[in-house]
Write a protein that binds this ligand. Structure first.
Ligand code: ZN
Length: 276
């Protein structure tokens, strides 16, 4: 039986492999022109003095009987797992509407610059008819709530933003860290407002803010988290409908799970959206 030189086999593969890779380059032309068996007769693949593959110079030297790594690399890239949702899409679902308090309004006077480290969740405990997010915004703009201020109010329809997220509000603990480092979100409770939809919108907003400012889930906290020195009780029962007997429990964990779910949607497996 006639021995088929290994070179013939390898060379038959090369053009096909290269055309698969789509690199119709000098390398391919040279390989094609070098197909003549006579060209290789009596020489070794690696040591052929008459012919050099330009691509061999870029990688390791091929050895007879072993496939050159350059050809093994001719494969489709592994599929990259993308997040289920883009942060922009999540934010659009929150429906944030900016309606800033003027810098001269009482709630904003004396505000300091802030780099957010926490998100603090409240509920308005305002059961007046029509006390929706827009109405709270109006009250803040007209200085009807004294020195109080916060960043967002959510209801079943919208999240109205009252302050930029890089300035402090007054919603948690007087001059404490809750005011100095946290973004405050108030959830509406007026008659007819869907609590489920309001909580859902709030969870999405919290998840987006976690993403935007690199805030961990453990720092999305209820108002209860911040002690109010000089007040009794020091820890306010707020947001009351997400607490159990006035403190974080099963309901709060349920809310955290919701926030985590939305955060996972925009970050899990997420090389595509790591930039902020
Ligand atoms: Zn509160």
């Amino acid at each position: 039986m006639r021995k088929v030189p290994i070179l013939t086999t390898i060379c038959a593969i090369i053009p096909a492999a290269l055309s698969l890779s789509g690199c119709g380059s000098t390398a391919e032309r040279e390989v094609t022109s070098a197909r003549s068996p006579a060209h290789f007769r009596g020489t070794s693949f690696a040591g052929n003095p008459q012919y050099r593959f330009p691509i061999v110079k870029q990688g390791s030297k091929p050895t007879p009987g072993k496939p050159n790594r350059i050809y093994q690399a001719v494969t489709a890239p592994a599929p990259r797992s993308l997040p289920r949702k883009s942060p922009t899409k999540l934010l659009s679902e929150v429906k944030v509407r900016k309606d800033y308090i003027s810098t001269s309004a009482r709630g904003r006077r004396g505000a300091k610059s802030m780099r957010p480290r926490y998100v603090t969740i409240h509920s308005t405990q305002n059961w007046s008819s029509g006390a929706d997010a827009w109405r709270h915004g109006l009250a803040l703009k007209n200085s009807k709530l004294g020195k109080l201020s916060w960043h967002y109010t959510t209801d079943e329809n919208v999240a109205v933003q009252h302050l930029p997220t890089n300035v402090t509000g007054r919603h948690a603990d007087f001059d404490g860290p809750g005011n100095r480092y946290s973004i405050g979100i108030e959830m509406c409770e007026h008659p007819g407002n869907s609590r489920i939809r309001t909580v859902d919108r709030t969870a999405k907003l919290a998840a987006y803010l976690m993403y935007k400012y690199g805030i961990p889930l453990s720092r999305v906290v209820p108002h209860y988290h911040w002690p109010r020195h000089g007040r009794s009780p020091a820890h306010k029962n707020c947001p009351h409908f997400l607490l159990d007997n006035g403190r974080p429990g099963r309901k709060w964990r349920g809310f955290q799970a919701k926030v985590k779910g939305y955060h996972d949607d925009i970050t899990k497996g997420g090389a595509a959206y790591v930039s902020r």
